[in-house]
Design a protein around this ligand. Structure first.
Ligand code: NAD
Length: 262
């Protein structure tokens, strides 16, 4: 029997990057998975049906915009309808914007706080009651090294990621005696579409070439001088769902090549 057989998961922002990697890992471990996120409809359907066929689990997709609480409510309701329960929630969807604070667009600030922080509150408030009743649940919040340290020009992102770590600790306490475990993963740089966008934005903000940004800004912070891989983050998320992780609760787990120890 696969380790997550009979469990059901929602992975937000799983049509790309880290979320897609986590969705693949959970499905391979036997969980039903509700994908979420935007993108090309044909590519999303190929991902959904491919995972379903390959792993013999149910896989759905919701295009819910997680900046809208009513769409989050529908995502959770649709998942319960499709799978019966929501046992694992991976709060992963996130966006970035790089700009000096005095020029930071107000709409971008609001978007980043809503998606990178407030969406996790809604996902949690709508699912934790059932998890407590069933005495089993897992929240995995994808924070960032920027949940623990700052970089210039990322005020909204750093604020949201520090916020999600505080939220993670609080929910860890609220679920502790009910079999619900809540943890955060804090990756360093992973070369996903989000980071590709940042390379271009940082080059503009700092007046540097994109090659210089990769070498002297992004990987300058990462002592291994290597990008984190999606697979490395996904394997940790899977471990956090395993019985061996039962006493890991409220942790902020760094996967950053040593970035935050400096
Ligand atoms: P990505 O851009 O590859 O994927 C983002 C996903 O979020 C996509 O599926 C997209 O469709 C979805 N999304 C965007 N706006 C949405 C909305 N309003 N509603 C619902 N879904 C929405 O990004 P990624 O690099 O895989 O990042 C995933 C998470 O990991 C983010 O929270 C990010 O902050 C975090 N993270 C990334 C890195 C990195 O280096 N890539 C490092 C640390 C933390």
């Amino acid at each position: 029997m696969k380790t997550l057989q009979g469990r059901s998961a929602i992975v937000t922002g799983s049509t790309s990057g880290i979320g897609e990697g986590i969705a693949r890992a959970l499905a391979a471990a036997g969980a039903n998975v509700m994908l979420n996120g935007f993108g090309d409809a044909k590519a999303i359907e190929a991902l959904r049906s491919g995972l379903q066929k390959e792993h013999g689990v149910k896989v759905g997709h919701s295009g819910a915009d997680l900046t809208k609480p009513d769409e989050i409510e529908k995502l959770v309701a649709d998942t319960k309808l499709a799978f019966g329960t929501v046992d694992i929630v991976v709060n992963n969807a996130g966006v970035q914007h790089v700009s000096p604070v005095e020029e930071f667009p107000v709409a971008k600030w609001d978007l980043i706080i809503q998606l990178n922080l407030t969406a996790a509150f809604h996902m949690t408030r709508l699912t934790i009651g059932d998890m407590k009743t069933r005495k089993w649940g897992r929240y995995i919040n994808i924070a960032s090294a920027h949940g623990l340290v700052a970089s210039p020009f990322k005020s909204a992102y750093v604020a949201a990621k520090h916020g999600i770590l505080g939220f993670t600790k609080t929910i860890a306490l609220e679920g502790a005696e009910h079999g619900v475990r809540t943890n955060a993963i804090c990756p360093g740089y992973v070369r996903t579409p989000l980071v590709e966008g940042q390379i271009a934005d940082t080059a503009k903000a700092r007046g540097m070439s994109e090659e210089d940004v990769v070498r002297n800004v992004l990987l300058a912070a990462q002592p291994t001088k290597e990008f984190v891989t999606v697979g490395e983050v996904a394997e940790l998320a899977l471990f956090l769902c395993s019985p061996s992780a039962n006493q890991i609760n409220g942790a902020a787990l760094s996967v950053d090549g040593g970035w935050v120890v400096q």
